[in-house]
Ligand binder design. Sequence first.
Ligand code: PMP
Length: 413
Amino acid sequence: LRRSRHDRELRGRAAKVIPGGMYGHMLANERTMPPSFPQFWARGEGAHTWDADGNRYVDFLCAFGPMLLGHRNPLVDDAASRQAAMGDTLSGPSPRMVELAELLTSAIGHADWAMFAKNGTDATSTAVRIARAATGRTKLLKAAVAYHGANDWFTPRYAGVTPQDRANIVEFAYNDPASLEAAAAAHDGDVAAIIVAPFRHDAFVAQEPVDPAFARAARALATRIGAVLVLDEVRTGFRLDVRGAWEGLGVRPDMTAFSKALANGYPIAALVGADALRAAASEIYVTGSFWYSAVPMAAAIATVQHAIEIDAPALMKEPGERFRAGLEAQGDRYGLPVRLTGPVQMPLLIFADDPDKSTAFAFTDAAARRGVLLHPWHNMFLSTAHTVELVDEVLTLTDAAFAEVAAARRAGS
Ligand code: PMP
């Protein structure tokens, strides 16, 4: 039986001491999430997570990306514990920092150097600052809607932000080389950087793979106009290709931002870049009290080494394909056609004829009550702990969830 008493009580207490009760992408209220979604979480283990009331779910959110190797992966947690026993935040960096930089520069195709921070926004902001320092220019080209962080110029909400903060952002349409060219031409001579995600992963809409011709066009344009090409792998890192998401296309960015999955849940971000930007990267001033902490770096070393060893992106393919094919077949069978768009390691549910997302909310609500944590409008994440066997268990639960929604539709509710 599902319980939610403790979650409700925590929400009541949070409403008094936390603005809005919760904020950012973690806000789970009746507008953002289906009614049965909990706000508070107690623990995780492998592919499972438990809410504050002890209800267990198969976790297809994976903390919105960080859990690459499953919650509490023993390899990563052991490396973190060993480092924690020696010290975490010391009066300067530990040897782990050099080891991690060496690992990333050897693993990531285009990387000659690495810098570390805490969150994805730190990494994308640092990339922009380096690009501006290197070029002496101001404009930043980004795809319309694309999320690259929560700072003053990237944030999708305008409360508390001035028009001046956003004045140097120029938007283009993802996968549209002509619109990218036009955006650059409109600011001829003043484009510092083009920042782009490896594929189109905006919320609420179908995800789109990158058109290789667009990736090549972005690379060629940046080179031609002397701008810096930044790949934002904060969300995709180590789930698509451990060498870098566009390495298989033969398209190398000048810098790549990582965070989320880099240390399997430990707080760290990385910005890696090519030699041509080394001088600018040494010139800027960026730092943070916790940016040099050793535990997340030890965790990152273990995570990246293991992800490479097992080829994490490849390992998630079969379970991911089974999950996608299974859900799509069930949707068709119950007259609730659904497509899982994007790479199978990070799929997004799109129901047919569902502009207000009511079907997505109803289905993910029914799934959550059965112990499957899906998302109605954001891309989900698999981890290497999501096995084929587990996906098969999940599919029996989602079958029941589809049956419930289909029955409710027939009853006209
Ligand atoms: N870029 C992308 C593509 C992201 O998905 C996110 C986080 N959702 C960010 C940047 C910002 O990362 P963070 O929330 O860790 O600052």
